[in-house]
Design a protein around this ligand. Sequence first.
Ligand code: NIG
Ligand code: FE
Length: 408
Amino acid sequence: MELLISNVSLLLTMDPSAGGKLGEIRGVSIAFDGGKVAWIGSAGEAPDADRVVDGSGLIGMPGLVDCHTHSLFAGSRADEFRRRLGGVDYTEILEQGGGILSTVAATRSASSSTLASILRERLEERLLQGVTTVEIKSGYGLDVETELRMLRILSEGEWPVEVSRTFLGAHAIPKEWRHDRDGYVKLVLDEMLPAAAKLADQVDVYCDRGAFTVDESEEILTKGIALGLSGRIHAEQIEHTGATEMAARVGALSADHLERLDDRGIQAMADAGMVAVLLPGARLYLRDPNPPVAELVEAGVDIAIATDFNPGSSPVRDLLACATLACVEFRLSIEDALIGVTRNAARVLGRESVGWLGVGSAGDMALFAPPAGEPTEYATLIQYMGGHRARVVVQNGRLVVDNGSLVG
Ligand code: NIG
Ligand code: FE
C-alpha cells in the first residue's frame, strides 16, 4: 500500500452499511493505493505501507465537497458591503450596474496569471480546511472571451483540490447588453454554450429578479443539458419564480438557494430526485428568510450544503461553518449536515466515487482533531462554529496535508 492512516479514533465513512447514520467505525485504519481507498479494517490487521500516518485522537471523514462556489474572480466589493450594511439592497446595486457587474469589470481586466494565482491561494486555504473537491462557476466574464478564459483557467491549471467546472454565462445581463437582453441570451445559447460544453462539467443559470427569467433559463438549461452538461439552477432566492419546477422538468440535478421555495417546488424536487443545495452564507448576508428545510427533509429531498463563496452575497470560505449555520438556523440535524457537505454534495456534482469512504471509493479524506478539551465526537465539529483546520488530508490517495500544513 502507498499510504496508511492508522488507528483513526473515529471514522465517518458516510456509508450507512458500515453502521450508524454516518457509517461510523472507531479505532480503524485505512489504506490508500492507486489513488483510491484499498483497505479499511481494524488497526491490528493493517497492511504494510510506504508511508504511515498516525490517526489517533482524530475524527476522519471523506474529503469535504463544496458543491457551489464562485471562487474565480478579481476585484473587491468592500464598498458594496459597506453600502449594504447601510441598508442599500443587493438587487438594487446589481440593477444599477454594481454588484456582480463590478466583479465582472475587475475579472475581465485581470490577466489569466493573476486570476490563477489568486485562485491557487484560495484553494490552498480550502485544502487546509479539509475540502478536497470544489465546484467553481464562471459567470464573472459575461462575454465570450472572458467566460471561456475562466473555464480554460479552471481546466488547464493543476489545482490543490479537485475542481468541478460550471458554466454560468447566464449570471447577469452585462452592461453592454442592457438594452438588448434577447441578444445576450442568444449569445449565451449560440456562441458561449457550444464552446463551454467542451470546458465545463455543468451548466447553471441565475434565475431571479434582476437576472434571468424562467423562460430564458429553461432555454439555456435545455441546450446545456443537450450538449452533455448536467444542469443546476440558482432558484427562488430573492423572489419566488417557479424556476425549481422548470428545472425539475428539464432534468437538472439540483436547485440551489431556495429561500422562497413553495410546496409545489418541494414536490417537484422530490418527484424528480433533485438535490436541494442550501447556501446559509448567502441567506445570512442578504437577510433572506430561511428555506423550507423541514419540509424538504419530510418530502425526502436530499440536502447538500455549500458556501456559495463569492465577494458579494456570500463572502464565506468555511464549509463546516455553513454546516453549523444550516443546523442552527434551518434546524437541520448534525448528521444531515455532515452528509450534506460530503456524500450529497458529491451527488450534486455527479461524482459517484466521492463523498464516502470504502474500498474502491476516491482516495479523498480529511482528519480533524476535536476542539481543545473535547472528546473525539463528531458533533463537536458542528457545535463549534467554523475555524476547523484539518490535521491530515489525503487527496487522490496522496498525503497533501500533514500536521495541519501543506505537504511539499
Ligand atoms: O449565488 N445570486 C447570484 N450569484 C451569486 C452572487 C454572486 C455575487 O454577488 O457576485 C449567489 O448568491
Ligand atoms: Fe451562487
